[in-house]
Design a protein around this ligand. Sequence first.
Ligand SMILES: [Zn+2]
Length: 231
Amino acid sequence: MNSIIKTAAKIAEELIQPNEKSDAKQDGIQHTKARLGESLKKKWKKRVMHGQYIRNIDGQLISEEGKFPCLSKGDLKAETESEIVAEQDQALKTKYYATKILDTETDSKCRFCQKSDEKIDHIISACPILAKEQDIKRHDRVCAQLHFNICKETGVKLDKKHWYELVPKSIETSQGGKVTILWNQKVQTDRTIPNNKADIIIRDNEKGKYMLTDVAISGDRNVIKKKPRRF
Ligand SMILES: [Zn+2]
């Protein structure tokens, strides 16, 4: 607590500089903010547990701007945002956390599969038991929202106002017939491939072009491992 008060006092001192011109003062504020941001990031990275997230995603495929888009837009409820941050900081009460940090349990293995440590990453994207049902449900909900937005953008008339009310149809056609949207349809290929269904196919009927969309939901740490499928 003391260090927070001291830091705040120092920043306030830097910001309240009398007799400075407005632009120079503004530059000073920006500089102080940037410096403070860098300093906090360094401290965050050094934290053994809570720093895992920022350490592990640095240098991966996710760009600096692409790391926290959902948190920076301000569209989320406060509770949802705090939940996401807690997950990123590994601060939810998983069995691993209870064993290694809280010291209230002795078994850190996942309560579903009993195979791996029950960490946030494991629950979100690596547990074989959750993958069979919950991960599929999550994937389908993401696809359904994407499908709804594509239909809206391409001028398909929908009979529901919200994406979560709509059950996607196999085929939707835009008004005027310019675009067809296919949901979860097989792609005909020259050679046999095991998974030949694309989540969403957008067909431009005028140009005769297709856009295939396949959704993969990976944890931040293994996003680099997800490669696009070839049809
Ligand atoms: Zn598991």
